[in-house]
Write a protein that binds this ligand. Sequence first.
Ligand SMILES: Nc1ncnc2c1ncn2[C@@H]1O[C@H](COP(=O)(O)OP(=O)(O)OP(=O)(O)O)[C@@H](O)[C@H]1O
Ligand SMILES: [Mg+2]
Length: 509
Amino acid sequence: MSNQEKLLTMTGISKSFGKAVKALDNVQFELNAGEIHALLGENGAGKSTLIKVLTGVEERDKGEITLDGKTIHPRSTDEAQKVGISTVYQEVNLCPNLSVAENIYIGRAPKTKFGGMDWKKMNADASKLLSGFGLNLNVQANLDNYSVAIQQMIAIARASDIKAKVLILDEPTSSLSQAEVNKLFEVMKKLKAEGMGIIFVTHFLDQVYEVTDRITVLRNGAYVGTYNTSDLPRMELVSKMIGKDYAALNKSVLDSKAEKKGSDKGEPFVKLDNVSHQGTINNIDMDIHKGEVLGLSGLLGSGRSETARVIFGLDSVSEGELKIKGEKVNFKHPIDAIRKDIAFCPEDRKTDGIIGDLSIRDNIVLALQTKKGLFKKISKKEAQILADKYIEQLEIKTPNADQLIKNLSGGNQQKVILARWLATNPELLMLDEPTRGIDVGTKAEIQKIVIDLASEGMAVLFISSELDEEIRCCQKIIVLRDMQQAGEVSDEEISQSAVMEIMAGGDNA
Ligand SMILES: Nc1ncnc2c1ncn2[C@@H]1O[C@H](COP(=O)(O)OP(=O)(O)OP(=O)(O)O)[C@@H](O)[C@H]1O
Ligand SMILES: [Mg+2]
């Protein structure tokens, strides 16, 4: 149910960073009460900047914002919250070392008649509020005892409790399991029914079609249009986002796969012989050949990243044997693996990846410099050539390679990390969720790059939660379940249902 009352309007919004970056150029956006509205566009299109302008994190250069017909001009997230606009970022903006209840009532805790904090009431109210969202938590426990998914849900419950009119979710689902996403959607629908207006930023188009009423598309900082979700076919949506024909791009990925040369059938580049790491993976047996894209599939926590960590020397081999080109190895540190031409692009760019205060160029050459050793300094000129190459190839949106990486949009930061590992020119490239947070167009480009690299002889280990992506790229998929190997499919046997059947465990689970 959606009443058509106009809640929020943004008109003529412009925002530049320095002379070179026009992040928003005369953008408009409108949100109704009781509506879920998707804000979509490529990496760097300006989505997060629009949200930041709306919530007072960035000062706009021009433009007008009205809420309930009144002009507003919040200068901070606190001010935005006071007028009724709440934001839940992917990196949840709550206090990890306060209790769940304190987080919900921060700044507005109930008082006893003597003026002290009424802990009892606060905890009871928090429990009651959360159980309304189907969450039965220990509200006195520290927030950081709970997963990101739960923390997001707590932030949303708080927004609902302070009677926010507008709730903003900027890529909230990128690290959630399917069950957690379903739960979040239930909550969003409940709030929508209560009349809240929700802005939902995501790169998962399935989710857009599942849960949103309308879509606004931005491209290159400009407004493209607003559409009813049910009237906009998917291909058309994607073409509006990328400004070119998606069907052709998509076909080029499939052609690459079809043309791909077979893999080397001789000795594998990596061989895992019954490998375990105490506390994580158990008895993994697998080979990766040069020229092959091997997929690792499985639910969150099934041991995919943990397997890559052992191959990369982040975790030790506690049982079994790891062989590189037939030679038994026991890496003590990733540098040992890097020197054997192994690269690992990790899934969490925030903790394992970007160095915010370094330029794009310095971030890109980091792994290569480590590989060469600090005495063989990469010259500025070499670094510039590499950086320019990857900025072009991966379409990293930036005026130049001097830009600090922290100023890039989320998806573009992800591309820089990928470039860092491609630059080491590895024989084995391990990619853990390489397209998370990456827009559909670039996603297809990256898939094509991976297939082409394998075709030229690289061995690739490809970990992705998006099954269709694994199916498109891989010759063989090994499925993990509960930290063990559950089965594998290859070539013609590869299909969504075949992989899911193994994931779920069938009747022998
Ligand atoms: N503080 C800043 N300094 C310089 N440039 C910036 C700054 N913040 C954002 N930009 C630039 O503004 C543009 C829009 O970025 P924004 O983060 O809004 O993109 P986005 O649509 O959210 O992308 P993504 O899907 O990757 O998250 C990008 O080119 C980005 O590099
Ligand atoms: Mg963003």
